[in-house]
Ligand binder design. Structure first.
Ligand SMILES: [Zn+2]
Length: 165
């Protein structure tokens, strides 16, 4: 009786063990299969991305092109801006620089000058680039408006002597 029981228990234990092993194997296989499917899916997605002209790739390419184009334009703009400043012929008169179109330029940085507001009067000009103030004066120290100064300049360039008054 005792022996029989022992054998039954042993057999049952063996059964349980084999069942566990089988289950473990199934899980292992299942896991491997799952990993395999996952890898395959990922690979397929990557393949699709590379092969098909998806908007994603197109947009990435467009963004890169846009960045490059903008950089190029900025560089070109900087170059042309510099060369413009160099090319522009300026001559000093009445305390400012003048270009050929009778536009006022800053004595310090050669940037365009802006006429001050009504609070200051039309003889005072500001440079927004270097934050400096300029007044138009003739050689006697009299204040000039922009129009008066241009009139004198034109007269001077037409061959006459620069009028002091
Ligand atoms: Zn300036």
């Amino acid at each position: 009786m005792k022996e029989w029981l022992k054998r039954r228990i042993k057999k049952a234990a063996e059964n349980i063990e084999s069942t566990i092993t089988q289950l473990f194997l199934i899980f292992l296989l299942g896991g491997t299969a799952a990993i395999y499917t996952f890898a395959k899916n990922t690979f397929n997605i990557i393949l699709k991305l590379i092969n098909s002209p998806t908007p994603l790739w197109l947009s990435i390419l467009l963004i890169i092109l846009c960045v490059l184009y903008t950089r190029l334009r900025i560089r070109q703009h900087e170059k042309s801006h510099k060369s413009l400043n160099v090319q522009e012929e300026l001559h000093e008169e009445f305390g400012v620089y003048w270009n050929n179109q009778y536009k006022l330029r800053c004595l310090r940085c050669k940037s365009p000058l802006k006429c001050a507001s009504d609070n200051f009067g039309s003889q005072i000009f500001f440079c927004s680039d270097c934050d400096s103030k300029h007044t138009l004066r003739d050689k006697n120290g009299n204040y000039l408006t922009e129009a008066q100064a241009i009139k004198k300049l034109k007269k001077f360039q037409q061959g006459g002597k620069l009028d002091v008054r």
